[in-house]
Ligand binder design. Structure first.
Ligand SMILES: CC(C)(COP(=O)(O)OP(=O)(O)OC[C@H]1O[C@@H](n2cnc3c(N)ncnc32)[C@H](O)[C@@H]1OP(=O)(O)O)[C@@H](O)C(=O)NCCC(=O)NCCS
Length: 178
C-alpha cells in the first residue's frame, strides 16, 4: 500500500470513493452528500487550506482523508481531519489507521500544531485523538454529537491554547454537517 498526497488527476476517483463508501455505509443519500462535500472541498478551498492524502494499491485509490484549516482567534495552524473513507472491501485491514498516521506526520512537518476531528471516538482514539469539550475548544457550529468532538496536539503544546471562536472552510459551512 502506498500512502501519499493526492494529485489533481486523483480528484475524480477520490470523489467517487467518498460517494460509494458512504452509500455502502449509510445509504445512497449520505453517499451523494459526502461525495458532494469531497467535490466542494476540492473546488472551493484555497490550496493552502487543504491537504488530501490517499492510500493507493496497484494504481487504484482505496482510501482518502482530508485535512482543512480551522481558524481560531488565537492559535498556530490547526486543521480538521474529515471526511475519511476506506473502500468498503478494504476496511478493517488497518488502512484507515495507517493513512491517518501518515497524514498526521505530514501535516506536523508542515507546521500544523493541532488536529481536530468529528467522528466515532472508538475509531479515532486509536490514532491519538481524545475527547474535547465545546466549552473549552469551540466548534464552528453547534454539534449534534458532542461526544464526537476530538483533538490532538501535534506540537507538544496544550490543546487548551486554542482560544476563541472557530471558523471552518467554506465547504463545511453547513450546519447539517455538524
Ligand atoms: C471508518 C473507516 C475510515 C476506518 O478505516 P479502516 O481501514 O476500516 O480501519 P482500520 O482497519 O485501520 O481500523 C479499524 C479499527 O477501528 C475499530 N473501530 C471502532 N469503531 C469503528 C468504526 N466506527 N469504523 C471502523 N472501525 C472502527 C475497529 O474495531 C478496528 O479496531 P482493531 O484495529 O483493534 O481491530 C472505514 O471503515 C470507513 O471508511 N468507513 C465508512 C465511512 C466512515 O464511517 N468514515 C468515517 C467518518 S468520517
Amino acid at each position: 500500500m502506498q500512502y501519499r498526497r493526492h494529485t489533481q488527476s486523483d480528484v475524480p476517483a477520490i470523489v467517487q470513493l467518498f460517494t460509494s463508501v458512504f452509500a455502502d455505509a449509510e445509504g445512497d443519500a449520505e453517499g451523494e452528500l459526502i461525495g458532494r462535500l469531497a467535490k466542494d472541498l476540492f473546488e472551493q478551498t484555497d490550496q493552502r487550506d487543504l491537504f488530501n492524502f490517499v492510500a493507493a494499491s496497484q494504481g487504484e485509490i482505496v482510501g482518502s482523508i482530508f485535512f482543512t484549516r480551522l481558524t481560531f482567534q488565537a492559535s498556530g495552524p490547526v486543521f480538521l481531519l474529515a471526511p475519511v473513507a476506506v473502500r468498503t472491501d478494504k476496511q478493517g485491514q488497518g488502512v484507515g489507521q495507517a493513512l491517518i498516521r501518515h497524514g498526521l506526520q505530514a501535516v506536523r512537518e508542515q507546521g500544523v500544531v493541532a488536529a481536530l476531528t468529528y467522528g466515532d471516538p472508538r475509531f479515532y482514539t486509536k490514532v491519538g485523538f481524545r475527547g474535547i469539550s465545546e466549552q473549552t475548544i469551540a466548534a464552528p457550529y453547534e454539534l449534534s454529537q458532542p461526544e464526537g468532538w476530538l483533538g490532538q496536539s501535534l506540537a507538544g503544546t496544550s490543546l487548551e491554547t486554542l482560544a476563541g471562536k472557530c471558523a471552518c472552510v467554506e465547504a463545511f459551512r453547513e450546519p447539517d454537517y455538524w
